[in-house]
Write a protein of this length. Structure first.
Length: 133
């Protein structure tokens, strides 16, 4: 997983490049990468890179993209795990009637506090699952 320092370094490299988006053209004598906004060459037809920031960004792109893909995959796994937990909590919300029956007016205030905390958590998770938060 990328550390905060690695993310910062990638972000800094990106901020030192020519403004994007970039595109490329193929000519008989070579290729050229240009910025779409100014049509300024980033990589010239002979393969030379015009600006140091662009060269640094291009030279590290392969490893940066690989690291970002690994991070995305790890985060997707974590999201899937959290969704399983959320589903379990939502299932518990369905069973709240059973819990509520145990929280009669004679039940302790601690039991009621625990019950309402669970209800609050379940409602937050239900809203998050619906995209309301």
């Amino acid at each position: 997983m990328l550390s905060e320092e690695q993310l910062r370094e990638i972000d800094e490299r990106s901020s030192r490049t020519s403004p994007g988006p970039w595109t490329w053209y193929c000519y008989r004598c070579g290729y050229e990468i240009v910025t779409m906004s100014s049509r300024r060459a980033v990589v010239q037809r002979d393969g030379g890179v015009c600006f140091v920031g662009d060269a640094d960004f291009i030279s590290r792109a392969r490893e940066d993209v690989s690291a970002m893909l690994a991070t995305i995959r790890e985060l997707q796994k974590r999201v899937a795990e959290l969704e399983k937990i959320a589903d379990a909590v939502v299932d518990c919300r369905v069973k709240e009637v059973a819990v509520r029956t145990e929280c009669t007016p004679a039940a302790s205030s601690a039991a009621w506090d625990a019950y309402w905390k669970l209800v609050d958590i379940a409602e937050l998770l239900i809203a998050a699952r619906k995209g309301e938060t």
